[in-house]
Ligand binder design. Structure first.
Ligand code: HEC
Ligand code: HEC
Length: 705
C-alpha cells in the first residue's frame, strides 16, 4: 500500500486553479426584473393570471424573491427556452426577448440553462446566420480534461507502458450525440485515486530494472534516465535528478519544464528521501510530474501574443489543441513546430492541419468519430434483435459498412454532407481483411451451410441478392439513399421489435433542422398500443393528443417516411400486420393457438417537414428519398451541420459571439465545393478556436459567454 503521506504529498501537485465553477450573480437588478415582468405580462398572464390559471399555474404574482418562487421561475424559463410557451397559436415573443428572460432567470437562480451538447440548438439559428456577423468577443480561457481516448493515447506515446493494467479514470456523459465537452468534466475524487495508481504503474514500468550482483540493469522499454536512479546505494546528484524530471516532462507534458518548475519536484524528492528509500523517493517525484494538470488537461488559457482585447493560444497550446482535435496523441510535427516557435499564426496552423488531413497514414479516427457521434448509427450494436429466419443479422458488420461509406465519401471530399445524405451507393457485408491467399476484399460474413441453413448473408439487408464484388456498389433503384437509410442507422433508431419514427424524427429535427425537442417528461407512458393488427403508423396516433402533440409534432412526421423499411432495415412495399380472424382460426385439434397469421397492409411512407425555419424545406413528402434529397439541398441543413462540427471540434456549444466563425466556416465549406477538410481547417484556424479573452486569464469550465 502507498503510505498516506505520499498521497498527500502528491495531491499538493494537484491542479487547483482555474477549474472551479464560475461566479454567481445574487443581487436582483430592478430594471432587469421590470423587463422580465413586462415579458410575462404581454405573453403569459392572459392565461396564467388569477382568473384563468391554465395548467394550474399563475405567473402574475411572481416576485423578485427568486428563492421563494424558484420552482415556478425555472418552469417559466424552461418553457420559454424550449419554445413551448406561449402555445404555438399565440403571437411569438421576439427571440432576443426570450433569450433575455432565459438568461435572467438562469443568473438569478444560479441554475444554468444547461450547456449539454444537445442543448446547443437552443440558440436560434437566425441569430447566428441571419445577418453578416462581425468579430465577436473572444471566449474565456479554459482547461479541458483529456478525453478517455486521449488519456490512453498520451500514455501510449510515453513508451512501453503496459496499458492493459491501466484503469480508465475518465468517464464520459451518457448523453446522446457529441460527448467530449470541456465544460462537462473535472477530475473528481474517485478518478484521482485511479490516476495516482496509474501513475505508480507507469513509473514502475518506466523505471523497470533488475539488480544482478549489485549492478542495476534496465528492462526492455524502460527509460535510461530513470533506471540509473534505481540503485539503492547511489546518492543521486542534483543534475541526475534534474535530468530525470526533464525527461519525464518531455514524456508526460510534451515539452521541457520551465526552470521555475524543477525545484518543486526536487523538493518533493528531498522530503520523501528523508523518510523512505531513495529509489522510492525518485519514483514519487516522477509520479508527481505525471499528475501535473498539464499532463491531464489541455490548457487553452491563451498564453500567446496579445492581439487587441484577445490573446492567441501559445504555440504549445495550439500544438496540443490541434493534435487532439484531429487525433488522440500529440502530433510530432506540431510539437516540433511549437518548440521552434513556428506555430504563431493562423496560416501556420492551417498548413499543419492540411498536412495532417492529407497524410494517407493518418487513420482519421477522430474525423470518423465525429460522424459516428453525429449520425449515431453505432448504437445498432446495442439494439437486441431476435434472430431472423431468412437472413443473417450482423449489426457489427452493418456499422462497419457505414464507417466504410463515410470514409469513402471523405476520401472524395466533395459535397460531403449532401453525399452522405443522398448517395446511391453502399458497402454491404464488406471486409478489408485479406483471405488466406492474401486476396481481399471479401465478405465480412460468409454463410456456414450448417448454422445458416436457408439464410441469406447480410448484403441481403441492403437489397443485394448476390455479394457485389466491387464496392461501394450501386444500390437497387428507388429503395434507399444515404446514411439515414443504411440498415445500421435504421436499426440504431429502432426498438427491439418495431421501427421508432419518434427517435428518427427527433434526430432529423435536432441534427438537420437545428430544432430542440424537450426530453420525454418523467411519468408519461411512452408506449404505442400493442395492437398487432394495426400498422405502426396507425398505432402511433396516440401522440396526436394535444398534451403529447406539443412535443411530438416536432418529431413524428419527420420519422414516419422511414416506414419504408422494416425494423431490420429491409426495404418493403407492404407492412405485415396480424390477421385477427385467421389467427383465431389458426388452432390445433384441441383448440390451442398455432400462432399469429399475418397479412399485408398497404404501406404509407408520407411525411411532413414543418417549422424548419426554411420555407423551401417545409411541406409534405411522399417517401424518405424525396425527404432526404430535399434536406440535402438545404442551406439551413448545411449550416446546422456546421454547428454540430463546431461543437465537436471546439468542445462546447456555440454562442452568439461565434456567429462570425460559423459563417466563415460555412462559406469555406461552400467555396471548396463541400470539402470536409476545408471545413475542419476553417474551424481550427477560426477566431473561436485560436483566441481567448485577454481580460481574464482565469478559466471558465469551458462554458459559454
Ligand atoms: C393561450 C394561453 C396560454 C398562454 C398565452 C401561455 N400559456 Fe402556459 N399553459 C397554457 C395551458 C393551457 C397549459 C396547460 C397545458 C400544457 O401544459 O400544455 C399551460 C402550461 C404552462 C406551464 C406548465 C407546463 C408543464 O408542462 O408543467 C408553464 C410553466 C407555462 N404554461 C408557462 C407559460 C409562460 C412562461 C407563458 C408565457 C411566455 C405562457 N405559459 C403562456 C396556456 C397558455
Ligand atoms: C415534453 C415533450 C413530450 C411530451 C409532452 C410527450 N412526449 Fe413522447 N417523447 C418525447 C421525446 C423527446 C421522445 C423520444 C425519446 C428518446 O429520444 O429516447 C418521446 C418518445 C415517445 C415514444 C416512443 C418511445 C421510444 O421508445 O422511442 C412514444 C410512444 C411516446 N413518446 C408517446 C407519448 C405520449 C402517448 C405522450 C402523451 C401522453 C407523450 N409521448 C408526450 C417527448 C414528449
Amino acid at each position: 500500500m502507498r503510505p498516506l503521506f505520499l498521497t498527500t504529498a502528491l495531491l499538493a501537485f494537484w491542479p487547483t486553479t482555474g477549474i472551479s465553477g464560475e461566479k454567481k450573480t445574487v443581487t436582483v437588478d430592478a430594471d432587469a426584473f421590470a423587463e422580465t415582468a413586462a415579458f410575462l405580462r404581454s405573453h403569459c398572464v392572459k392565461c396564467h393570471g388569477a382568473a384563468k390559471k391554465s395548467g394550474g399555474i399563475r405567473l402574475d404574482d411572481l416576485t423578485t424573491d427568486v428563492a421563494k418562487d424558484m420552482e415556478r421561475w425555472i418552469a417559466v424559463r424552461d418553457q420559454v427556452r424550449d419554445g413551448l410557451m406561449p402555445p404555438p397559436k399565440e403571437p411569438r415573443p421576439e427571440n432576443i426577448q426570450s433569450r433575455k428572460l432565459v438568461a435572467w432567470v438562469s443568473a438569478q437562480t444560479g441554475i444554468k440553462a444547461a450547456a449539454l451538447p444537445n442543448q446547443g440548438n437552443l440558440i436560434p439559428h437566425e441569430l447566428l446566420f441571419g445577418k453578416p456577423a462581425t468579430i465577436g468577443e473572444a471566449p474565456l480561457g479554459r482547461l479541458w480534461r483529456l478525453s478517455a481516448e486521449s488519456y490512453l493515447g498520451f500514455i501510449r506515446s510515453m513508451g512501453k507502458v503496459p496499458t492493459d493494467k491501466i484503469i480508465q479514470p475518465f468517464t464520459m456523459v451518457p448523453e446522446r450525440g457529441i460527448k467530449d465537452f470541456a465544460g462537462l468534466y473535472t477530475i473528481d475524487e474517485p478518478s484521482t485515486e485511479i490516476l495516482i495508481r496509474n501513475a505508480e504503474l507507469m513509473v514502475e514500468a518506466m523505471a523497470g530494472h533488475e539488480i544482478k550482483e549489485g549492478i542495476v540493469k534496465g528492462k526492455n522499454g524502460s527509460v535510461r534516465e530513470f533506471v540509473v536512479l534505481m540503485d539503492p546505494k547511489l546518492e543521486p546528484s542534483r543534475q541526475q535528478l534534474k535530468t530525470a524530471v526533464r525527461q519525464m516532462f518531455k514524456l508526460a507534458v510534451g515539452r521541457p519544464p520551465a526552470d521555475a518548475d524543477v525545484p518543486r519536484f526536487l523538493g518533493l524528492y528531498d522530503k520523501c528521501a528523508k523518510i523512505g528509500d531513495r529509489p522510492g523517493a525518485v519514483k514519487t517525484m516522477l509520479q508527481a510530474v505525471l499528475l501535473r494538470s498539464d499532463a491531464m488537461f489541455r490548457s487553452e488559457l491563451g498564453q500567446g501574443k496579445v492581439d487587441g482585447g484577445r490573446r492567441m493560444l501559445s504555440g504549445h497550446e495550439l500544438a496540443i489543441a490541434v493534435s487532439l482535435a484531429l487525433g488522440d496523441r500529440r502530433e510530432t510535427g506540431l510539437m516540433n513546430a511549437a518548440q521552434k516557435d513556428a506555430l504563431t499564426s493562423k496560416d501556420q496552423v492551417a498548413e499543419h492541419v492540411r498536412r495532417i488531413l492529407d497524410d494517407p497514414k493518418n487513420e482519421k479516427t477522430r474525423i470518423l468519430k465525429f460522424f459516428r457521434e453525429y449520425f449515431e448509427y453505432g448504437k445498432a450494436i446495442d439494439i437486441f434483435k431476435e434472430k431472423p429466419k431468412t437472413f443473417v443479422h450482423a449489426p457489427q458488420v452493418l456499422v462497419s459498412d457505414t464507417d466504410r461509406l463515410i470514409l469513402h465519401i471523405l476520401d472524395a471530399d466533395k459535397d460531403v454532407l449532401r453525399e452522405m445524405l443522398t448517395t446511391e451507393r453502399s458497402f454491404a457485408n464488406y471486409s478489408l481483411n485479406k483471405n488466406k491467399k492474401g486476396e481481399g476484399p471479401k465478405p465480412a460474413v460468409t454463410l456456414n451451410p450448417i448454422n445458416n441453413k436457408g439464410q441469406k448473408a447480410p448484403e441481403f439487408v441492403y437489397g443485394f441478392e448476390k455479394w457485389p464484388d466491387t464496392q461501394p456498389a450501386t444500390l437497387p433503384k428507388n429503395q434507399r439513399l444515404g446514411i439515414l437509410m443504411q440498415p445500421s442507422w435504421l436499426i440504431a433508431h429502432a426498438t427491439n421489435f418495431d421501427n421508432d419514427p419518434v427517435r428518427r424524427g427527433r434526430w432529423i429535427r435536432e441534427r438537420l433542422l437545428g430544432g430542440t425537442v424537450p426530453d420525454l417528461p418523467i411519468g408519461v407512458v411512452a408506449q404505442v398500443p400493442d395492437d398487432k393488427h394495426r400498422t405502426f403508423r396507425d398505432r402511433l396516433q396516440v401522440t396526436r393528443d394535444a398534451k403529447c402533440w406539443k412535443c411530438h409534432r416536432m418529431m413524428d412526421d419527420l420519422g414516419l417516411p422511414f416506414e419504408q423499411f422494416d425494423h431490420f432495415g429491409l426495404f418493403r412495399n407492404v407492412e405485415q400486420v396480424e390477421d385477427v380472424d385467421a389467427t383465431a382460426k389458426n388452432v390445433d385439434k384441441k383448440g390451442k393457438s398455432l400462432g399469429p397469421v399475418m397479412k399485408p397492409a398497404p404501406l404509407d411512407t408520407t411525411g411532413t417537414i414543418t417549422d424548419s425555419g426554411d420555407t423551401k424545406l417545409d411541406g409534405d413528402v411522399a417517401d424518405p428519398r424525396t425527404m432526404v434529397r430535399r434536406l440535402g439541398d438545404s442551406e439551413r441543413v448545411r449550416q446546422v451541420f456546421v454547428r454540430h462540427a463546431f461543437r465537436f471540434f471546439l468542445g462546447r456549444n456555440e454562442t452568439l459571439s461565434d456567429a462570425k466563425t460559423l459563417q466563415d466556416v460555412d462559406r469555406a465549406y461552400v467555396a471548396s465545393g463541400g470539402s470536409f477538410k476545408a471545413l475542419v481547417t476553417a474551424l481550427l484556424t477560426s477566431d473561436s478556436f485560436v483566441y481567448r479573452s485577454a481580460s481574464s486569464q482565469t478559466s471558465s469550465k469551458g462554458a459559454s459567454r
